[in-house]
Write a protein that binds this ligand. Sequence first.
Ligand SMILES: C[S@@+](CC[C@H](N)C(=O)[O-])C[C@H]1O[C@@H](n2cnc3c(N)ncnc32)[C@H](O)[C@@H]1O
Length: 431
Amino acid sequence: MAKATKTGQFIYIVQAILEPSKCKIGKTDNPERRLKEYNSITGKSKDNHYAYLFVAQVSDMAQMEKAITERFRILREEKSREIYFYNHELFRQYVDYIKKSPWFVQEVFIKQTAPKIITKIVKRTTPTLKERGLTRKELLQKAQKVDDDEFYTLYEDLEKEVACYDKRIWRNKVVFCNCDDPVGGDETRTSAFALYFINHFKDFGLKKLICTHYSGEVDLFNAGASGYIFTKYGFNELDVKKESPKGYTGAFEDPLSIKILNDEADIVCTNPPFSRAIDYWKLIIGSGKQFLIVSAITNSINTAFIPYFKNKTVWAGHNRIDHFLNPKRQLVEASGHWYCNLTIKNRAKLEHLKIIPLKDIPDAEKSYDDNKTLLVSNCYIPSDYKKPFAVSARPILNGVLECGYEIVADKRYTPYIDGKEKFARVLIQKA
Ligand SMILES: C[S@@+](CC[C@H](N)C(=O)[O-])C[C@H]1O[C@@H](n2cnc3c(N)ncnc32)[C@H](O)[C@@H]1O
């Protein structure tokens, strides 16, 4: 640290190396001395030393510290005075806030973090379907085969979807993100759901945000916290030792997660692991809670999920999801969609449905299979056809079940034409 900035008024952000979910934000007139004090705290293990992430000289450290407390109240640990919740993005927000404040004089130190992901890179690094010589059908089939669950939702996809609902649905609600690590280790893995609800906590008037994440093993000692609770009074780690003495895995199906779901949650919002989608849907829908979740775009033509659409316990959200982040910080093509049981007003995609008399549907978009079942494509829907007919997932996602049509079979429908298997569909009929 430069000599001229050894003493004066400073605001700092410091972190203990073994506590990645927390940082301390405080004021001091001597940063060097303060760091020594942190590192000489009796009983602290040698490995768990503190290091500065950021130090800034300010003109009024008391005012600055007070302003930080007010601005980031929900991120302040409830029981302590200087501990704040930490992840890469929130660190950026803390630093930004300090630098834009009227008391900021100069930056003394900043730890370099990984550069922010620039989503525009997608266009250059992710080839289009045409460039890859793939049809959408082939892409969907490929996506269905993906068994790796480590794909992360983009913040902007969540932002775009939530913007389609009445903001008042969140007021005074407990939001439960049960597959979401709000810390993440690096910014790719930091849950966009956690960040989004932290950032909108006040604006939405949330009562509580609970984020739990899967650690892969039972955590008896709460060594790596698997859950965080945010309220207007601050944040707390889930007290696993007290709540789950036999150990907690952070899994959505862990008894403690199910208890939170049943006893506390009002709205569940996440992108759960694809490989566990069937169990996840069963649990969440069975809980009777409200939800807004991401799942495969083809669910409405898959036997495991069709009954939910048929019984109207689930319907499509507004948007599809075309990209996720992988753990290597790359954007990858995805075939996801939002699903929910929230009230949908003004579904924009109804406009894509072409509900017209059968005779007016172009021949290229209608055919009969070997069972003489009518197949219609490209969102053409016969307005005057009385028997069941087969459609792809798209009309379901575009809201055809809200237009006087219903699913009439519990299983997916696989058409054959001249003995050749065609793309799977679902049977619907005018009510
Ligand atoms: C598709 S990723 C999405 C992560 C995050 N929700 C997001 O949208 O960015 C699903 C996550 O669920 C985690 N996971 C796997 N099994 C789980 C379980 N049983 N309970 C909760 N999460 C699980 C995976 O490790 C993975 O990080």
